[in-house]
Design a binder for this molecule. Structure first.
Ligand code: NAP
Ligand code: MG
Length: 401
């Protein structure tokens, strides 16, 4: 069989633990036999990040700027326990954080829907894609404990010497206070990413915040989205018959639950954090959640939403077969290959990406699945497979479609 050729490399970022094991299996069984893979490889495994003083993460992110498309394996974000386990020189930062700050993007998360893994919300028929702003607000806030009576104010001192004050509260007794911020540059990058992604996916876009209460902060997000939409995207949305609308977050929550899905839901940082876990769980399983970082410059980085599945890895190290679900990692590969194909006008590569997704979904719908899904499926007679056997079954299907 002739392998599919590629004209431009994609950036391949290897990772850690169980997902690193799955990564190799996926490449060997599902990619390399079919595609003459052109990839620029970066080893983001924790050991190699430590050896390079984390330079490899920065190099990998810069390579995304060059090539436009990346596929990333889950990686360990070191903590004190990992410092000891890997005898690290430093507690390196989260690779995802580093990459995001270089590419300046928004993270979109979408569930993989298959028959037999039913959403807990009965009306949901199509995916709901969550778009979470990844900068600022409560994640970069300054906080204070107020010990007792006194006055608390917000003060802005301009570089021109001007000063603006806003009373927060005259405290009669002890309390707490918090000051948070965001940046026009980041908000507009968020808006551009959402509008571009909606056009790319041909899906409606909702944006929700609480501007009736937050009349300057959330209102600014709302106005920024509207201005960018009207100026740069309105006609393109209309041409595709797509809608953008803003609504209050409490209204959006109620509408989302009653909807049949099939839209992108953009949210501020905290709202997106909370709602994306809620939506992922309500669709069935974190192991079925895909994730893509879209930068406003048109660069794409595909990954799984879950972590390195550490507990399974320790069992695998002891020689046990694990039934770790590779779906989200397979979809990271198919997503990256499809995007590469689209950018390079390589139809064969796009078609292959679609077939890979179809084969993976078919395997599950035929009752072949990993343990996490077998425990929640409505399939009458599921077979629980280990990761290697499950991937092998996908290959068998892939060869016939
Ligand atoms: P995790 O790897 O997402 O796993 C948490 C639990 O969820 C697992 O123990 C497993 O449950 C279940 N699970 C997740 N993915 C699964 C899959 N594909 N198949 C089957 N079950 C799955 O989170 P964690 O254990 O909290 O974190 C491990 C490491 O991942 C940490 O070092 C963290 O820094 C890193 N992390 C990386 C990323 C990323 O790179 N994007 C994201 C999150 C976390 P059972 O054990 O009950 O089977
Ligand atoms: Mg969270």
């Amino acid at each position: 069989m002739n392998k599919i050729t590629m004209t431009t490399p994609l950036v391949e970022m290897d990772g850690d633990e169980m997902t690193r094991v799955l990564w190799q299996m996926i490449k060997d069984e599902l990619i390399l036999p079919f595609v003459d893979l052109k990839a620029e490889y970066y080893d983001l495994g924790l050991k190699h990040r430590d050896e390079t003083n984390d330079q490899v993460t920065v190099d990998a992110a810069n390579a995304v700027k060059k090539y436009g498309v990346a596929v990333k394996c889950a990686t360990i974000t070191p903590n004190a326990a990992r410092m000891k386990e890997y005898q690290l020189k430093e507690m390196w930062k989260s690779p995802n954080g580093t990459i995001r700050s270089i590419l300046d993007g928004t993270v979109f998360r979408a569930p993989i829907l298959v028959k037999g893994i039913e959403p807990y919300v009965r009306t949901w028929k199509k995916p709901i894609v969550m778009a979470r702003h990844a900068y600022g607000d409560v994640y970069k806030a300054a906080e204070m404990r107020i010990p007792g009576p006194g006055t608390c104010e917000l003060v802005f001192r301009g570089e021109d010497g001007s000063e603006t004050k806003e009373l927060i509260h005259h405290f009669q007794g002890p309390g707490v206070v918090q000051g948070m911020h965001n940046l026009d540059s980041s908000i507009s990058a968020f808006a551009h990413s959402c509008f571009s992604y909606a056009l790319d996916q041909k899906m409606d876009l909702w944006f929700a915040s609480k501007d009736t209460i937050s009349k300057k902060y959330d209102q600014h997000f709302k106005l920024c989205f509207q201005e960018i939409f009207d100026r740069d995207y309105k006609e393109k949305f209309e041409a595709l018959g797509l809608k953008y609308f803003y609504t209050l977050i409490d209204d959006a929550v109620a509408r989302a639950v009653k909807s049949e899905g099939g839209f992108i839901w953009a949210l501020k940082n905290y709202d997106g954090d909370v709602m994306s876990d809620l939506v992922a769980s309500a669709f069935g399983s974190l192991a079925m959640m895909t994730s893509v970082l879209v930068s406003p410059h048109g660069w794409y980085e595909y990954e799984a939403a879950h972590g390195t599945v550490q507990r399974h890895y320790y069992r695998w190290l002891k020689g046990e077969q694990t039934s770790t679900n590779p779906m989200a990692t397979i979809f990271a590969w198919s997503g990256a290959l499809k995007k590469r194909g689209e950018l390079d006008h390589n139809q064969a590569l796009c078609t292959f990406g679609e077939k890979l997704e179809k084969a993976s979904v078919l395997a599950i719908e035929n009752g072949l699945m990993t343990g996490d899904l077998a425990s929640i499926t409505t399939h009458p007679d599921p077979t629980t497979l280990n990761s290697a056997d499950f991937i092998h079954e996908i290959r068998n299907i892939l060869e016939t479609i």
